[in-house]
Design a protein. Structure first.
Length: 543
């Protein structure tokens, strides 16, 4: 093992060390803590990108053993195409949410920066671990941090939604732990690659117990992934959370999706003997029901915050349904769509507060949005001689749109295009890739997903157009909102990333195709993990 291998554990240790440092700094010094938090989060994103590029160049997983124990006794971290992709998404969403929070939300409660870093630690650990029990540990770390972030800012609505959120996640965690215990009793190991290798040899007398343990794990993961009917907690919880917390939560449901994708393709491929494809129908039909529920929820929502929550449900349902078909081409399109919808969902949650603020702003008639820390607005000027004037002697043609309002309008339109899957942005590319793959898959369920992808896009477009009319077309007498640049910057960066996915669509789709092919041929992952050996004189069990 050379020094570069240690970079695998860096995305986990960095936020842990940062959280400890900020605890030592105390509850004061918030400006210093914000700077430390931003630097650490940006560094974590850079590390995730480096890992992603490194794994892609190697075309093989990188395995790291923190305790230098032999497989399957030691804790193993594995960086492969899927885990590094998810780590990059987590880092991107985290940096955007934190930038937005530095405007004012960091002052709304205690230990915001500590909880934020612990959340990132749990996310990166869940994506990189190769062990079921440590997956449970990292799940609990990120969930414990999310409890505090959900309640950040206080208020009865957050407390009420938080209690429901905590109750359902604690129940899911209990099922997770029971499922892990059952699988350990059947296979004698918790290393995911080792479980996958031993599954075909499980005797028929233990096969039912094996499937029961897998089903318990699936219920826990699907509850966290917001599968219908286990997703009743999500819209009120995400709508009640503060804007940066809700934006960060856009990646939380994808942790459950990631766990399903990782374990199902690893443990139940076509080579798994009697367990091959176990639970595929549940994933497909459950995903279809979730997609339909999320689309109808978006269409019925009157509040933009709840609409954004239902869009997260719809995206989770889309990816889960696509996973169940066990088709690499379909999974490739679903992974592209997952990345696109996560970025757009995060941006939409940040926009929610700005749009609501724009509706409620109460500035004097002569005030304009041109503060030092805000996007400047255009001040009214005298109309040129001979201009056509309305009844109030205001120019009908050439009237400037305030920059803040223009930004909100453009950002909302771009979010709407991505979420609805309309051309020319990245949501359309992901849906088109899935639609093309579904024509080759065939079957009732495949055509059902084909139709739902189109209908869900239509319902999302109608819902978002209705919201846009309410926020932008009925605002003639409303003064321009006051927006800080630090609030608009993360939204712009997220949407720029979504645009880059289109500009570099061929390369992005090639990357997701390579990721999907590696997932559906798990022998490479299993061989890399089980082939890892302790190194150096300190190798335990290697003497």
């Amino acid at each position: 093992m050379n020094l570069s291998n240690h970079i695998v554990v860096a995305p986990v240790l960095l936020p842990l060390a940062t959280a400890a440092l900020m605890l030592l700094l105390g509850e004061g010094r918030r400006s210093l803590k914000a700077a430390v938090n931003l630097a650490s989060t940006a560094a974590g994103l850079a590390l995730a990108v480096v890992l992603w590029i490194w794994v892609d160049a190697r075309d093989a997983p990188v395995v790291y053993s923190p305790g230098n124990w032999p497989v399957p006794f030691g804790i193993m971290l594995v960086a492969d195409r899927l885990s590094t992709l998810m780590a990059v998404l987590a880092g991107s969403v985290g940096l955007a949410a934190l930038l937005y929070a530095t405007a004012r939300w960091q002052h709304a409660g205690a230990y915001f920066h500590v909880l934020f870093q612990l959340q990132l630690m749990g996310l990166h650990g869940a994506f990189l671990t190769a062990d079921l029990f440590n997956l449970f540990v990292f799940f609990e770390v990120l969930l414990a941090a999310s409890y505090g972030l959900l309640l950040h800012g206080g208020g009865a609505e957050r407390v009420r939604a938080g209690l429901h959120y905590i109750a359902i996640n604690l129940t899911a965690s209990l099922l997770f732990l029971i499922g892990v215990a059952v699988l350990y009793g059947v296979t004698g190991t918790l290393n995911m690659a080792d479980i996958a290798q031993k599954l075909p040899d499980v005797p028929a007398s233990d096969r039912g117990l094996l499937h029961a343990g897998a089903a318990l794990l699936a219920i826990a993961f699907l509850a966290k992934a917001a599968l219908w009917p286990l997703n009743f907690w999500l819209p009120p919880a995400y709508a009640a959370a503060s804007a940066p917390a809700a934006a960060l939560f856009a990646i939380l449901t994808k942790v459950g999706v990631y766990a399903i994708l990782r374990l199902w393709t690893l443990c139940f491929p076509s080579s798994a003997g009697a367990s091959a494809g176990f639970g595929a129908d549940v994933l497909v039909w459950g995903g279809l029901a979730t997609l339909a529920f999320g689309s109808l929820g978006m269409f019925a929502s009157q509040r933009l915050a709840r609409l954004a929550g239902y869009s997260i449900i719809a995206s989770s349902g889309t990816v889960i349904a696509a996973i169940g078909f066990d088709a690499p081409a379909l999974s490739a399109g679903a992974l592209f769509y997952l990345a696109s919808s996560t970025l757009a969902g995060c941006a939409l949650f940040l926009l929610v507060e700005l749009l609501e603020r724009a509706r409620q702003v109460e500035l004097g008639p002569q005030q304009v949005d041109d503060g030092a820390d805000a996007l400047p607005a255009f001040a009214d000027a005298e109309p040129p001689p001979g201009a056509n004037l309305d009844d109030y002697e205001v120019a009908l043609i050439g009237r400037a749109i305030p920059a803040a309002l223009a930004f909100l309008g453009v950002a909302f339109a771009l979010c709407a295009l991505v979420i609805a899957g309309l051309p020319p942005l990245s949501g359309f590319v992901g849906k088109l890739a899935m639609l093309t793959a579904l024509t080759d898959v065939g079957g009732t369920a495949a055509w059902g997903l084909f139709a739902l992808l189109i209908v869900s896009g239509l319902l999302a477009a109608l819902a978002l157009v209705r919201v846009g009319i309410r926020h932008f077309w009925t605002t003639q007498d409303r003064p321009a909102p006051h927006l800080r640049v630090i609030e608009t910057l993360p939204i712009g960066l997220l949407l720029a990333a979504a645009i880059l996915l289109v500009v570099n669509g061929d390369r992005a789709l090639a990357a997701t195709r390579a990721t999907a092919e590696a997932l559906h041929q798990p022998s490479g992952y299993i061989g890399a993990v089980l082939g890892a050996q302790p190194v150096g004189r300190g190798a335990k069990g290697g003497r």
